[in-house]
Design a protein around this ligand. Structure first.
Ligand code: NIG
Ligand code: FE
Length: 388
């Protein structure tokens, strides 16, 4: 007999199931849910809740699905606080600092990398993130990319080969692309679900990015693209043409880029922590939403451009500075992320979904943006188990 847990007296429940509640968030008042075997077994009115083995009294708090952070670079060593300070004093962000993280990552032991990932995954989990995508990309050799993904796989099923992050020093771009498409992909394939490429001036051009993505697809990986982050370019069009799960950043878009995204199943993943931490203009999120593009919000957690693991912080930025409504931002941080990762079982609270959810020390999800910087996430259930 499995144990059941009743979570009751939820003042406001975000289900993300519009067929079972109000609006796109599927909001329900005075709700309850039952967890069994790591899954949601029942959702309904608190007054009609069935008996269960254990009870968690939400006592008038809000509950929502765990955040789905669909873009993070957690496998690295070293620290770039000095680069951040220089930026705040006026230096631009160019991505050039990636190579210093590569040197520190190559020098680190597997155990050091594992300890860093564990710390960041835990930091994110305590802030409500129950699904997190983890990219490689600071190894840039066959051995270092493969061990990065092996470590990442210990913590998440959503792992991404980003061998094509930058061209490592001492190698020509075309030789490196051949290595990524050949030996690196073969060595990393067992530990990766996705392949990603930094399609940007100074990193990989359209043709090189296409080669990496097509090789990844032939190997059975799903596709993601760092697209149009630092300037206009072919990344978004390539992502749409190749039916990538997500085009990420989307800061510098033409009308044709927006139209292509709107006409596709490719999610536009916005990463406002990167614009915040590089003091750059934010993407025009309203233009994307108003065109009907599916938008996800993620942290881009990495030591260079966005060293935050906090989805609540990204929600606050998205509302204040990118003009998402609080409902759009919460949807993008939960359901949007699950769309970007092609996951029907997370980002939603309905019978059969994974029991990944959080309670806020607040009566409504609105407080996530209304009370920025406040640790409102009080209780997190991951696979139905309370996180301590
Ligand atoms: O998504 N744009 C490329 N990669 C990361 C930054 C990496 C770094 O600066 O270390 C990003 O912003
Ligand atoms: Fe990134």
């Amino acid at each position: 007999m499995s144990n059941t847990l009743l979570v009751t007296n939820i003042a406001e429940l975000v289900t993300n199931d519009p067929s079972r509640g109000n609006g796109p968030l599927g909001l329900r008042r005075d709700a309850a849910l039952v967890v069994e075997d790591g899954q949601i077994a029942w959702v309904g009115p608190a007054a009609a809740a069935p008996a269960a083995d254990d009870v968690l009294d939400a006592a008038g708090r809000a509950a929502l699905p765990g955040f789905v952070d669909s873009h993070a670079h957690l496998v690295f060593a070293g620290d770039r606080a000095a680069e951040f300070a220089a930026r705040m004093a006026g230096e631009p962000y160019t991505g050039g600092g990636i190579r210093s993280t590569v040197a520190a990552t190559r020098a680190a032991s597997d155990d050091d990398l594992r300890a860093n990932v564990r710390r960041l995954v835990r930091e994110a989990l305590r802030q409500g993130t129950t699904t997190i995508e983890i990219k490689s990309g600071y190894g840039l050799t066959v051995v270092d990319e493969a061990r990065s993904l092996r470590v990442a796989r210990e913590f998440s099923a959503e792992t991404t080969l980003l061998g094509a992050h930058v061209v490592p020093s001492g190698m020509g771009a075309d030789d490196y692309v051949s290595l990524v498409c050949g030996d690196m992909l073969a060595a990393c394939r067992p530990y990766a679900k996705w392949v990603d490429v930094f399609c940007e001036r100074g990193a990989f051009d359209g043709e090189q990015s296409r080669a990496v993505l097509e090789a990844g697809r032939r190997a059975g990986l799903g596709l993601r693209v760092h697209a149009n982050q630092l300037g206009p370019g072919p990344g978004v069009q390539l992502a749409v043409e190749l039916a990538a799960g997500s085009a990420d950043h989307c800061t510098f878009l033409s009308d044709a880029d927006v139209a292509a995204l709107a006409d596709s199943d490719t999610v536009a993943t916005l990463l406002p922590g990167a614009e915040f931490s590089t003091r750059s203009p934010y993407p025009d999120a309203r233009r994307l939403l108003d065109a009907g593009v599916t938008v996800a919000l993620a942290t881009d957690c990495n030591p260079g451009s966005s060293f935050t693991s906090s989805m609540p912080f990204c929600i606050a930025l998205a509302v204040r500075d990118m003009r998402l409504t609080p409902a759009e931002a919460v949807w993008a941080a939960t359901s949007g992320g699950s769309h970007a990762l092609d996951r029907g079982d997370v980002g939603v609270l309905r019978a059969g979904a994974r029991a990944d959810l959080m309670l806020l020390d607040a009566p409504s999800y609105l407080h996530l943006a209304y009370r920025p910087g406040v640790p409102l996430v009080s209780t997190v259930l991951h696979n139905g188990v309370p996180v301590s």
